[in-house]
Design a binder for this molecule. Structure first.
Ligand code: G6P
Length: 608
């Protein structure tokens, strides 16, 4: 989620890594920093905000040195301020480290290091690793790094330098990408090839458990047992923009395909399997606080509002709490009834949507408790609420929200589990939900593997000027979201409806030209929706159905089906929305639309 760049050679390292870092700024931009080693001295500079803020801070006085590392951060732990920005150093300031990923046993290690006299300056897990390397450092930097990596649990892509070893740059990977750029008399490290294309197109991708030791005139790859590993050098053929998009044609497709990873990130460290519940430290609410809640209001806009609707079904069914969902723009101008027993949840990917922010401010003023379900760490809504759940979906660039939506659903499921276990769910029920959540990323992967089949469907339906989306229960909001996706990026008129409502109006629209997308996994309302499909077919509508693997009833009625794996009813939306995202995407591409920047829309709506 963050960007890493490193350089060793004979050029001016700081200027080079800063420029290269700008190529990764789309990945994260809440703080930036760099470190150089020159004349046996390590210098670190960092600033909150974008790379431009760091440049302004340095005001042309870049630290010297032809060994440098740099980082642009998308915060996952700790607020995005200067202290938490990377690089992090050890106590003596002899080691500097940049890190992507999460060290899960950081708290335990921090405690042990404190007992040995280390003092920490930030809230980050990364600083712990810098101290650990320093603790283990005797002769060679790479040996200290490898020893430290044996002691940590979690994920990392790192680059490390030390003024005790001014001719070495060490990088390593476990679950977070790192590659080496191979030059002549110089070598590079980056988390993404996009950063290096101006300097080299020859790269070596590290695999998990590999460590790279770079010097100006060569490099070595080792495994964690220090055995040498031979790796092929790959030549990058893509242009820079394609590389930034991870090889995908559009950010939207990249973000759709990232969902197994983004959902894993939402879940990371939060499931308590034995107790059948979730750990949500950011809520800042004790069991007693949570038990005091008598009513929930969820407020949001756009796609986040659709997530809110699913949140209502989740919290009412599983936590037995009454929930209302409000468009933020309406809520803020009503005269809502709120008190200190009402929990108001604002959902926002960007954390900057003006109406959602104002709705939360209004709720707070009226004495309600407020929390945010937000993607952008340190955003205005996150700061305004001061408590909540970060979804950790990573930067979402495509204007049409995709991975943020599924991560919002997962965050709402975690919240439901946490509150539900205090009120109505047994430990066994809690464990079933935990198991279903754990299975989700793999199931998402299985659905996304059907992308080609959805593309074929899109070709057939791309010229239709209208579409109707139907769903029931948990999948009614999915129908709304599917229709919104299509409208937003392909400019096709689409409407989402609860399937049974169709007969009260929209059924008049159905003829042999009307595509009807029916979201019909095998859940509690399956039999009901079978009848709705029959109603559409009786009027010659063309049905595309999203069904559960192995389904035969709707499959025999529908013109086309895409199947999703079986999960518990409350989690079906996370899977059933995926084909709808892909369908909208491919229809928009077929129609020649600017998928990532649809007309008239903005990613973050900071005006009323
Ligand atoms: C805009 C975007 C939508 C998004 C909505 C809410 O309209 O185009 O994709 O769903 O804002 O944004 P938020 O950042 O608050 O989730």
């Amino acid at each position: 989620m963050c960007g890493i760049v490193g350089y060793i050679g004979n050029r001016d390292g700081a200027a080079l890594v800063l420029e290269a870092l700008k190529r990764l700024e789309y990945r994260g931009y809440d703080s930036a920093g760099l470190a150089t080693v020159s004349d046996g001295k390590l210098t670190v500079a960092k600033a909150a905000g974008r790379i431009a803020a760091l440049e302004a801070r340095l005001d042309g006085n870049l630290p010297k040195g032809s060994l440098a590392i740099a980082h642009t951060r998308w915060a996952t732990h700790g607020v995005p301020n200067e202290a938490n920005a990377h690089p992090h150093t050890d106590g003596d300031g002899t080691i500097a480290l940049v890190h992507n990923g999460i060290i899960e046993n950081a708290a335990t290690l921090r405690k042990r290091l404190r007992e040995r006299g280390h003092t920490f300056r930030s809230d980050t897990d990364t600083e712990v690793l810098a101290h650990l390397i320093s603790e283990l450092y005797t002769d060679f930097l790479e040996d200290a790094v490898i020893s430290a990596l044996h002691m940590i649990e979690g994920t990392y892509g790192i680059a490390v330098v030390s003024d005790r070893d001014p001719d070495t740059l060490v990088a390593a990977r476990m679950g977070s990408p790192i590659l080496i750029g191979v030059g002549e008399g110089e070598n590079f490290v980056a988390s993404d090839a996009a950063a290096l294309l101006e300097h080299t197109r020859s790269v070596v991708y590290l695999d998990d458990g590999e460590v790279a030791v770079l010097r100006a005139d060569g490099y070595q790859i080792l495994d964690l047992e220090t055995a040498k590993v031979d790796k092929p050098v790959t030549t990058i053929e893509w242009d820079r923009q394609t590389v930034e998009r991870g090889g995908y044609r559009h950010f939207m497709l990249k973000e759709i395909m990232e969902q197994p990873a983004s959902i894993r990130d939402t879940l990371r460290g939060r499931l308590l399997r034995e107790q059948g519940t979730a750990r949500l430290g950011g809520l800042r609410m004790s069991d007693d606080d949570l038990l005091e809640i008598e009513r929930v209001v969820i407020t949001a806009c756009g796609t986040s509002w659709h997530a809110a609707l699913i949140g209502e079904y989740l919290l009412e069914e599983l936590a037995r709490l009454p929930v209302e969902v409000e468009y933020a723009s309406e809520f803020r101008y009503r005269n809502p009834i709120l008190d200190d027993k009402t929990l108001v949840i604002g959902i926002s990917q960007s954390g900057e949507t003006a109406d959602t922010l104002a709705a939360l401010q209004e709720a707070k003023q009226r004495g309600a408790r407020t929390i945010g379900i937000v993607n952008v760490v340190g955003s205005t809504i996150a700061r305004e609420t001061g408590a909540g759940i970060y979804i950790h979906a990573g930067p979402e660039v495509g204007v049409a929200s995709t991975k943020a939506f599924t991560c919002q659903l997962v965050a709402l499921a975690l919240l439901t589990l946490r509150i539900g276990r205090l009120r109505s769910l047994s430990v066994l029920q809690g464990r079933d939900i935990v198991a279903a959540l754990e299975a989700l990323p793999g199931q998402v992967e299985a659905v996304l593997a059907k992308a080609d089949a959805v593309e074929v469907l899109a070709k057939e339906f791309a010229s239709s000027p209208n579409a109707l989306y139907l769903g029931r229960g948990y999948n009614f909001p999915v129908a709304l979201e599917g229709a919104l996706k299509l409208k937003e990026i392909s400019y096709v008129h689409a409407e989402g409806y609860p399937a049974a409502e169709m007969k009260h109006g929209p059924i008049a629209l159905i003829d042999e030209l009307m595509p009807v997308v029916v979201v019909a996994p095998r859940d509690a309302v399956y039999q009901k929706i079978v009848s709705n499909v029959q109603e559409v077919k009786a009027r010659s509508g063309r049905v595309i159905a999203i069904v559960t693997d192995g389904d035969d009833e709707i499959t025999s009625l529908a013109d086309h089906t895409i199947s999703i794996p079986k999960t518990i009813d409350p989690l079906t939306p996370v899977l059933s929305v995926l084909p709808l995202q892909l369908l909208a995407y491919h229809i928009a591409v077929q129609r020649g639309c600017d998928v990532d920047k649809p007309r008239n829309l903005a990613k973050s709506v900071t005006v009323e």
